[in-house]
Design a protein around this ligand. Structure first.
Ligand code: ADP
Ligand code: MG
Length: 729
């Protein structure tokens, strides 16, 4: 081991867990301690203001500017009691992560002193220099200013000394420059469309909510080892590294005990998450060594998205306090599992009925089938778009690998639900037993067994699986903002439900009884969306052939997949539901292509540097040692003896030369390929060039580096190896 490597590995090996003091109280008492939730609103706001604000939050009433001052005042009072000095508009730009600009509460008091000031105006809206965030040209075409505006449906919270206000970020001309604004519009669309359909079954329901429960996977790596890997530091993944002799084949990590240093990190993270009102619940080891998962109890989608963003930044912070770095990249290590962020999604009423859970009565089951089938239809019609919504330069490494959902969107329903749908498809209205009365028809679905809820049959290869009372969208990447997938999914379902209702209403108008009309349209949908249903092995090559035959989107090139956003049916979907305009979609795609290019560009540069500064020099140094040895052999032994004795060495000398010259040649070619690509002006074409010409070279070069890693004397190899990154903790 090289000296540096030895030092960091040894240090990591001997690290003790950081003691995390248990809070003096129970989670129920410190939950949401740093959140301005209803309880605090009630305490810090005048009662009329409180009532108005609740109306805004619960019923989407418009925020009356006249109450903003009183709300800001109450917030300030609460925050100052917690020692807060600054506030920030917290928003989600089109890059990963969140953005914030901190301002102090202080203002001149006009008498030469200072006072703490926080007005309603500052709470509600702020101008921001949007040009420093990606906007796909919107801001050049339109106006120079952008602003952030408070989203009252997500409560403000305190981090350290700062009051954080969740906001949308929009151009002065109204276009969304972030994830939250279109998400809120998508949620409004799906809630309205689902409510209208729900009224067929229960006219008393007042509100439908879209729920999200994310499962966040991540890796932890000791910070010393991390710092000694420039590729991890700069790109979030290892661009080289031979697989450890042992990785996950023993499957001993998943069920194993959580290592103590990691357990301390988790405990700390959970306490801090709970204090911020994030209902974290589940923690466990994941499949790969040093890979873990965190999941909360599901929440209303907008809030869940904010909480996931917050958890990711908390993870980064808390990990550092424990001498770790958290890796949120989808594929930090080749040859072991990557990380995803399963998005468990469902629709439900505000009183707790889940629309995609079977019920006890035939009517409830028809409601269940209706919403499941409409979801399937939406996923079928927009399967390419849904794939685009989760696609990124980093997630492509994970999708289609033999451990993650394939790069084709399909849905797994399980045998029972499949049977029910098949039965309904084959039935005719004459099969349905008449109930008489105004209900018209009784649904001839055999009572759906309760067992369905147990959801014992699972298919881990499915990207969009039904799991008892929800769908689990497994394709989103660990690093992504869940909003991207949730915007596409909720909008697609909204559009589908609107069309469903239109068709049912037409039949009713023609005199068809309601239930029978619903069944007819459901039956038609079941037939139409059949190609999206797939219960087999998503990893198999047969499936790729079959999926193409079924007309599902099988494209694998990330920049080309983004085209799905600009297909006529996608634009129609987003525009008809009021979620995004063509202009916004075009601008956002420019950002996606640009981000793709930049990621590959950075990786190519980092790999080039590492090769020239670490890999090749070390390989040549070792080679020189071998050459030296061969010469000395010659002076000790006869020519012939020396030949035989150093045959092995000579072979290695040759092998090293072959690898290093391949590497050098291809690094030069990669630089050339970048130059060619950089001259392309269209963002789309440039991204495609990076995908087609630069990205494959990263893999080719890596192959030879990894071979060298195996050959070169371990004592000389400077970069921490997989066995250290993945097993030392
Ligand atoms: P598993 O690993 O078995 O898929 P987990 O318990 O790790 O399940 O995570 C499941 C996630 O799904 C949790 O966040 C949970 O709260 C969420 N969830 C459960 N029911 C629903 C639902 N109806 N809608 C949305 N999310 C749900
Ligand atoms: Mg899951």
């Amino acid at each position: 081991m090289s000296k540096l490597r030895f030092r960091v590995v040894e240090k990591a090996f001997h690290k003790k867990p950081v003691e995390v003091a248990s809070p003096a109280t129970r989670p129920s008492e410190y939950f949401a301690k740093y959140v301005f939730n209803r309880e605090k609103m009630f305490k810090y706001l005048p009662s009329n203001v409180y009532a108005k604000l609740i109306d805004v939050i619960d019923n989407g009433a418009t925020l009356d500017r006249s109450i903003a001052n009183a709300v800001a005042d109450g917030m300030k009072k609460w925050a100052i009691e917690l020692g807060v000095t600054h506030y920030t508009h917290w928003f989600q730009p089109l890059t990963e992560g969140t953005a914030e600009k901190h301002d102090a509460f202080v203002e001149h008091d006009g008498k030469g002193g200072m006072l703490e000031e926080f007005s309603g105006k500052l709470l509600v809206q702020q101008e921001s220099d949007g040009s420093s965030f990606p906007n796909g040209g919107i801001r050049n075409t339109f106006e120079a200013r952008g602003y952030s505006a408070w989203d009252p449906s997500s409560p403000v919270f305190v981090v350290d000394d700062t009051l954080c206000i969740p906001t949308v970020f929009i151009a002065y001309t109204g276009e969304s420059l972030d994830y939250k604004a279109p998400l809120l519009k998508a949620l409004r669309a799906v809630n309205k469309a689902a409510l209208d359909v729900m009224h067929y079954f229960d006219p008393s329901v007042k509100k439908i909510i879209s729920y999200l429960g994310w499962e966040q996977e991540y890796f932890l790596v000791d910070e010393g080892l991390y710092a000694a890997r420039p590729d991890l530091l700069l790109t979030g993944r290892t661009l080289m590294g031979h697989e450890a002799s042992k990785n996950q084949q023993l499957e001993d990590h998943y069920f194993g005990a959580i290592p103590t240093r990691v357990a301390a990190f988790m405990k700390d993270l959970e306490i801090q998450s709970l204090e911020l009102g994030i209902p974290v619940k589940t923690r466990h080891n994941e499949v790969a060594p040093n890979q873990f998962e965190l999941a909360p109890i599901y929440e209303e989608c907008n809030l869940a998205v904010d909480h996931n963003m917050l958890v990711m930044s908390l993870m980064r912070k808390v990990a550092r306090n424990h001498g770790f770095r958290v890796l949120l990249h989808e594929k930090p290590f080749k040859g072991v599992n990557g990380s995803g962020k399963h998005n468990n999604w469902s629709l439900g009423t505000s009183t707790g009925t889940l629309l995609m859970a079977p019920g006890k009565t035939s009517e409830e089951n028809l409601r269940f089938i209706t919403f499941v089938v409409n979801t399937l239809m939406a996923v079928y019609r927009h399967n390419g778009l849904l794939k685009a919504s989760i696609m990124s330069a980093t997630n492509t490494h994970r999708l289609g690998g033999h451990e993650a959902p394939p790069a084709i969107i399909s849905s797994f329903l399980g045998t029972q639900l499949s049977k029910v749908l098949d039965h309904l498809e084959e039935s005719t209205n004459d099969d349905l037993v008449s109930l008489g009365g105004k209900q018209g028809m009784k649904l001839d679905i055999p009572q759906i067994p309760e067992l369905l809820i147990d959801n014992t049959d699972r298919n881990r290869t499915s990207p969009f699986a039904f799991t008892g009372n929800r769908f689990e969208f497994r394709a989103p990447g660990s690093e992504a903002n869940c909003a991207s997938a949730m915007i596409a999914l909720n909008t697609a379902v909204a559009e589908q439900l609107i069309e469903f209702k239109k068709e049912v209403d037409e039949l009713i108008e023609q005199g068809e009884p309601k239930i029978s009309a619903i069944i007819q349209v459901v039956r038609k949908c079941i037939k139409e969306c059949k190609p999206i249903r797939f219960d087999g092995n998503g990893y198999s090559d047969e499936w790729k052939v079959e999926a193409a035959r079924r007309g599902l989107d099988c494209e694998t090139s990330c920049p080309v997949i983004f085209d799905n956003y600009l297909k006529p049916e996608s634009i129609r979907m987003f525009e008809s539901t009021g979620v995004m305009t063509r202009k916004e979609l075009e601008a956002r795609n420019e950002v996606k292509w640009d981000m793709y290019t930049k990621k590959i560009q950075i990786e190519a540069r980092v790999l080039g540097d590492l090769v020239m500064n670490h890999v090749v020099p070390v390989a040549i140094e070792y080679q020189t040692k071998l050459i030296d040895n061969a010469y000395k052999m010659k002076s000790l032994f006869s020519e012939e003896e020396a030949q035989t004795l150093s045959a092995e060495n000579l072979a290695i000398i040759k092998e090293i030369s072959e690898h290093t010259s391949f590497i050098k040649k291809h690094v030069d070619e990669m630089v050339e390929a970048r130059k060619v690509a950089n001259r392309i002006t269209s963002e789309r074409e440039k991204a495609i060039a990076y995908h087609d010409t630069v990205a494959p070279m990263l893999e080719q070069i890596r192959y030879h580096i990894d071979k060298l890693e195996l050959i070169v004397d371990d004592q000389m190899w400077t970069l921490p190896k997989y066995r250290e990154l993945l097993f030392v903790r």
